[in-house]
Design a protein around this ligand. Structure first.
Ligand code: DGL
Length: 282
């Protein structure tokens, strides 16, 4: 008994210190979650990140909640096997449909992009909130529920914008076509006189200029990637799990050949992707 107590006292601080140096696991259906990585690197430069893009099965945004949940569980399982201290679900669609199941299944903190985005949207504005996202995210009604759970009186107006994802991936964010399409998608939200617009998809921060040109200077744009990075930093601080020395490295994994991910990923991450490994999951 005495020996057990001694080993507990001796081992726990070491384990705790070891956990601080573990990586943050981040996953998305493909390249989009690199916008979340970019913000995490900006807010938490000391941390090590392990990123998985499920490029063999992208897109998630058009698939059923059951399929996306299954994919999300397999992606999270892979990251847990790498020994991460925290999971970031960098995909809005997976956050919208799979978060409860992920939290129930894995015994580590799981942060999605949806709740931080909703909290940031409520933090200012007059409560006339627009939400744009994939079909899966919008059909789930999850943003609406998250917003109303914080501010029951909020008026929420949603629109699925499926063409935004290929536009961002094609590098057409600054093309006049992007502005035209944004005009079509956002017209009903403007008619509803929104004062805040949540960019509820990993790809949409790349289209910010086209969206801004349509909604004008008065509407506040909420980037859920940036809001998530702030919440991850707060959570690590509160749990005393922040890396206490500079690790600052990133490892990138994908489930299909890395060629396209490497080529277009740089625009999402804001930096070249040095090495990307292909893995099989599921
Ligand atoms: N990453 C997805 C999201 O944020 C967009 C791409 C997809 O449909 O898989 O919802």
């Amino acid at each position: 008994m005495g020996r057990l107590l001694v080993s507990f006292v001796v081992c726990v601080p070491e384990r705790f210190d070891f956990m601080k140096q573990q990586a943050i696991g981040v996953f998305d259906s493909g390249v989009g979650g690199l916008t979340v990585c970019r913000e995490l690197i900006r807010s938490l430069p000391k941390e090590q990140l392990i990123y998985l893009g499920d490029t063999a099965r992208v897109p998630y945004g058009t698939k059923s909640p059951a399929t996306v949940t299954q994919y999300a569980l397999e992606a999270a399982e892979f990251l847990c096997q790498q020994g991460v201290k925290l999971l970031v679900v960098a995909c809005n669609t997976a956050s919208a449909v799979a978060l409860p199941k992920l939290r129930e299944t894995f015994k580590l903190p799981v942060i999605g992009v949806l709740e931080p985005g909703a909290r940031a949207a409520i933090a200012s504005g007059d409560g006339r909130i627009g939400v744009v996202g994939t079909e899966g995210t919008i059909n789930s009604g999850s943003y609406e529920r998250a917003l109303r759970s914080i501010a029951p009186e909020a008026a929420v107006f949603s629109a699925a914008c499926p063409l935004f994802v290929p536009l961002a991936e094609e590098g057409w964010a600054a093309h006049r076509v992007a502005r035209q399409i944004a005009g079509e998608y956002l017209a009903p939200l403007l008619a509803a006189r929104i004062d805040t617009l949540v960019l509820g998809c990993t790809h949409y921060p790349l289209l910010q200029d086209a969206i801004r040109a349509v909604v004008g200077a008065e509407v506040r744009l909420v980037d859920s990637a940036a809001a998530t990075a702030i919440e991850v930093a707060d959570l690590l601080e509160e749990a005393d799990l922040s890396a206490d020395r500079l690790l600052g490295a990133q490892r990138f994994f994908v489930t299909d050949v890395p060629t396209r991910f490497k080529r277009i990923g740089a625009g999402f991450l804001g930096a070249e992707l040095q090495s990307v490994e292909q893995v099989h999951i599921g």
